[in-house]
Design a protein around this ligand. Sequence first.
Ligand code: VAH
Length: 316
Amino acid sequence: KILIVGASGQLGSVLTEKLQDKYGADNVIASDLRMNPSFNGCFEVLDATDFEALQRLVLKFGITQIYHLAAILSANGEKAPLSTWDINMKSLFNVLEVSRLTNIDRVFFPSSIAVYGNDAPKNQTPQDYVLAPSTVYGISKVAGENWAKYYHEKYGLDIRSIRYPGVIGHQSLPGGGTTDYAIDIFHKVVKNEVFECFLEPTTILPMAYMDDAIRATIELMEAPKENISVRTSYNLSGMSFSPEELAKSIQKIYPEFEIVYQPDFRQKIAESWPSSIDDSVARADWNWKPKFDIDAMTNVMIDELKLKYTTELNIN
Ligand code: VAH
């Protein structure tokens, strides 16, 4: 039985559906802070910072795997540093402790390329490099990676992790991340609106299309234990692009699409991150290989969002 913590989030919502398809809806328990009325399947309200509530849920359903997808992301995190630290760490400690105490078979913990700071090589940032994060979110992920490794080494907990790049999907609205411009842009395109980009045109960031990020997560979790050589977190990336490169990809379909640049506080966060990631260890250990490049992503994002907005228009 699989529990997803943060099942209403950007990654959690898509991962939940994929896990239901793969393992059957009654083997997947979705949970988040608030009820999700439109959810098909088993959904439990859970505040992941509440240890007893998490432990009760795990025992009630006989959970054997936990995907911990609840966290405050980079941009939102900078607006409330101490509560971001509290939420991100308390929820992780609960997942680690409940997993240890109830003999959970496998845990997934998401990290991020936000663990890297200004001193790291910008291109092909290596798997093992000094982690000097500049955001509270990044600091919480570096701490989280070290705690995950600690629980693996001290208690034998089989916890696995991926340093996600910016993840671009059509299923949810931007959730307070610095890479979310690359989601919002597609909503503006299909609504024929000018897009105001909060990053500079030339700021290149590592990204992955949602389907690739979710497939990577499941492939990592299904890999044989002996293949896992990294117990902090695996570097992973699908592609790298800048806002202007994304706009060019979109203009192949919408030549009249217009983008204006209004960099804000998120520019500084983006500049502290790598432009591209060396994910050769993930490729070697568990055969990671991305399938979506920028044009493939653009095509599917536009098709899916056109469908979403036309259906919504017809319904209203
Ligand atoms: C964020 N989407 O922007 C997340 C992610 C690498 C970016 O961590 O905070």
